[in-house]
Write a protein that binds this ligand. Structure first.
Ligand code: PXG
Length: 291
């Protein structure tokens, strides 16, 4: 595997950053997770834009332009023969002193890894997922804003551990007010009648790129989306529920905290969306092969 570090490609063994990098010492940095399908990088511009927004929020200057970063991402796929895979972009604060002051770091590190992806088993998409609410509260937006896709993911990891120890794959996280925010690495949606609902971004949800795609695709089916405060009660009594994320794509949810959602099977709108999303990944995206 060839890994991009600061403008050059290195073998896996030689792709290294300093142990003094504040990305490691303090989780000081930002990242993106992107998918490639059928020889195209899906939603590349959206991911690069979000990376720059995350970086701006933490006053981190990415030493590349949007275009350079898009080109490097496509090049990373090309060099590794990736046509279907997962791309991880990381920008760290760079090496500095042991103090947490970011001003002592001069060289932000830009890393791009293009690899195969470990998918959920196909049966999960057929049967649907069972999830639980966890006690770990989603970060408050005045502490670490969940809109920032930062290298500090302990909030999500703690929630994931709680879900896993309870025997589940994913967790519903509530915000400090007790409203539904999102899952550990996915956004959450419900359908009721001819309406779709998802927590507002201000609830503590990431501006999910798959989230926006789901809103668009379901909108094309004539079902509008609104973003009210949602409680667990709303989730329990929904007709349908599903999660969205770059890795997970669209995952039907059939049980939350032991409450059966709808009839306990993936709902009709969810199933249509799973299909529509799959179709979109076949035709959209930045071509990897040189034209
Ligand atoms: N919420 C959170 C907290 C996320 O981290 C999403 C929602 C979904 O957003 P997108 O833009 O992907 O639709 C995410 C992103 C991984 C991995 O390696 C995936 C994410 C985050 C961290 C790691 O699988 N999903």
């Amino acid at each position: 595997m060839k890994v991009f570090v600061n403008g050059k490609f290195y073998s896996e063994q030689n792709a290294k950053i300093s142990v003094f990098d504040h990305g490691l010492l303090y989780g000081d940095g930002v990242f993106e997770g992107i998918r490639a399908y059928h020889g195209r990088v899906f939603k590349l511009k959206e991911h690069i834009d979000r990376l720059f927004y995350s970086a701006k929020a933490i006053l981190l200057d990415i030493p590349m332009t949007h275009q350079q970063l898009m080109d490097a991402t496509v090049e990373a796929c090309r060099r590794n023969g990736i046509t279907d895979g997962y791309i991880r972009l990381v920008v760290t604060r760079g090496a500095g002193t042991l103090g947490l002051n970011p001003n002592r770091c001069s060289n932000p590190q830009v890393i791009i890894i293009a690899d195969k992806i470990q998918l959920y088993p196909p049966s999960l998409y057929k049967k649907g997922m069972e999830i639980v609410t966890v006690a770990t509260t989603r970060n408050h937006h005045n502490a670490v804003n969940p809109a920032i896709k930062s290298l500090n993911y302990l909030n999500n990891i703690l929630a994931k551990i709680e879900a896993n120890t309870a025997g589940y794959e994913e967790a519903i996280m509530l915000n400090a007010e007790g409203y539904v925010a999102e899952c550990t690495g996915d956004n959450v949606f419900i359908i009721n009648g001819n309406q779709m609902y998802t927590p507002a971004l201000s609830s503590g949800a990431l501006h999910g790129i798959t989230r926006q795609t789901a809103i668009d695709l379901v909108g094309e089916m004539g079902i509008p989306t609104s973003e009210p405060n949602l409680t667990r009660y709303d989730l329990y009594n929904a007709d349908e529920c599903f999660l969205t994320g770059t890795g997970a794509e669209i995952v039907p949810v059939v049980k939350i905290d032991e409450r059966v959602i709808g009839n306990g099977k993936p709902g009709p709108v969810t199933k249509k969306l799973v299909k529509a999303y799959k179709e979109l990944t076949k035709v959209n995206g930045e071509p990897i092969a040189k034209r």
